[in-house]
Design a protein around this ligand. Structure first.
Ligand SMILES: [Zn+2]
Length: 328
């Protein structure tokens, strides 16, 4: 089934955008295939505030956060996961404000070696006006140095102080959503108004989420989408792109879309495709070739799940990008 994705005009960079009386957003100028118009750093509250995903190591974004946070008391720095477009400025912001960093943990250790695609496979050389050099790395890079001061789990809460610093009282609750990464966490805002979920890269209106093994895991990602369906928040604020106004329904669409893809990957293997590049070219023929390499990661994620389900076998101990796959 095809997904209905959202689009958004380029937001003003480095400027505070007011989303609701409690929620503000500052967008970093790091647009790319993976970040859409850039990283949205959220500031929740007035007086007492939390900052969600301070963002990439960019001086202009750091300066924008300094301006946006003038006069505010930062209570905590919440990190949805540690990719390089989300967590790196947390180190600076922690020093600058004295606020603790909070996450479900650091980035996971790689559980096994996924190898790499055969030389030249799915290579696409950009000759358009893309901001990246031709043939450059397309994967999201990992901020392995990040270590949270406070490790949170399901339901753990950060709240504004008794006087809220003069602004509205709010609480933020951790909602662990592993899948995109093993440490991915959403944060639910209760400000006595609507129930909002800050979804990081778990649920985005503009794009599906990259699930890259070995840290990314399709089975846990699907379970974490069920969490969003069950919560039925009135709005989701992803790090990239516009708010999603019907997050439960959209999460259900994402689940259906991934189930279709799962069935297609299995059908490709049953139909005789044995390698990831061949499966990608088969299944993603309608998708721009520059997205074929990240698609390989997604196909591997489905194969990991299919091997775990006992429906597909592979020639290595664990599924790899350069592995061969057969029906079980
Ligand atoms: Zn990410």
């Amino acid at each position: 089934m095809s997904l209905t994705l959202l689009t958004q005009d380029t937001p003003p960079y480095g400027v505070v955008e007011t989303k609701t009386p409690t929620v503000r957003r500052v967008t970093a100028e790091n647009p790319s295939k993976f970040t859409y118009h850039g990283t949205g750093t959220y500031i929740v509250g007035h007086g007492d505030v939390v900052v969600i995903d301070p963002g990439p190591q960019l001086d202009a974004h750091r300066d924008a956060l300094v301006r946006a946070l003038e006069g505010e008391r930062v209570q905590a720095i919440l990190i949805t996961h540690c990719h390089s477009d989300h967590s790196p400025l947390a180190t600076w912001l922690r020093e600058y404000t004295g606020a603790p960093t909070i996450a479900t943990g650091p980035h996971g250790d790689d559980a096994w070696d996924i190898g790499s695609l055969p030389d030249g496979a799915l290579e696409y050389v950009d000759d358009d006006d893309d901001d990246r050099p031709s043939g450059s790395v397309v994967e999201e890079s990992i901020d392995r140095s990040f270590r949270p001061d406070v490790v949170v789990g399901e339901g753990d809460v950060v709240a504004s102080s008794a006087d809220s610093g003069g602004g509205p009282h709010w609480t933020m609750r951790a909602v662990p959503t592993p899948g995109h990464t093993s440490n991915h966490c959403c944060f639910a805002l209760d400000d006595g108004d609507e129930s909002s979920l800050f979804t990081g890269d778990h649920l985005m209106g503009w794009s599906t989420t990259v699930i890259g093994p070995p840290d990314g895991d399709m089975a846990t990602y699907m379970t974490s989408l069920d969490v969003v369906v069950a919560r039925a928040d009135s709005v989701a604020y992803p790090t990239h792109g516009p708010p999603v106004r019907t997050p439960a329904a959209f999460a259900a669409e994402l689940i259906a879309h991934r189930r279709d893809r799962h069935a297609q990957v299995l059908a490709a293997v049953v139909g005789g495709q044995t390698t990831i590049p061949d499966i990608v070219v088969d299944l993603y023929r309608d998708v721009h070739p520059r997205l074929h390499k990240p698609a390989a990661s997604s196909v591997l994620a489905h194969l990991v799940a299919l091997v775990a389900e006992g429906r597909v076998t592979t020639d290595h101990e664990r599924p790899r990008l350069d592995g061969a796959y057969r029906p079980a």
